[in-house]
Design a protein around this ligand. Structure first.
Ligand SMILES: [Zn+2]
Length: 123
């Protein structure tokens, strides 16, 4: 017997400011377009500040998400750079806080880009 297939979802990524009013407008448009999922762009939010979870903002964003019949994934901050040795502790804090925010928002996936480093070698 085959394992059941996961549900097929259709979604878009948010691009506007991830604050309650613009987020609600965007999600309304996603639902009107037939989406069943949305990727919430945390890099446009204040849910993580200084490497810490901003609980008040997470609550506000979570209240908006709960209003829509969508499944959610999240995208972490694009500036996250785990290869930045000079600010490593801050980047790790941002990564850990982003994981906590994703979980608090009911996100089943958190997309992160691990980082970049300058290529100083010549070939
Ligand atoms: Zn990406």
């Amino acid at each position: 017997m085959d394992a059941p297939s996961p549900p097929l979802l259709f979604g878009l990524s948010t691009v506007e400011a991830c604050e309650p009013e613009p987020l609600a407008r965007e999600l309304e448009a996603f639902v009107a377009a037939g989406c069943t999922a949305a990727e919430i762009s945390l890099q446009h939010s204040f849910t993580v500040r200084g490497g810490k979870v901003n609980t008040a903002e997470v609550t506000a964003i979570g209240q908006v998400l709960a209003r829509f019949p969508l499944r959610y994934t999240t995208h972490g901050p694009l500036a996250l750079n785990l290869m930045d040795a000079d600010h490593h502790e801050l980047h790790v804090g941002v990564a850990q806080a982003s994981i906590e925010v994703a979980a608090a928002l009911g996100s089943s996936v958190l997309v992160v880009h691990g980082g970049v480093w300058p290529n100083t070698k010549s070939f």
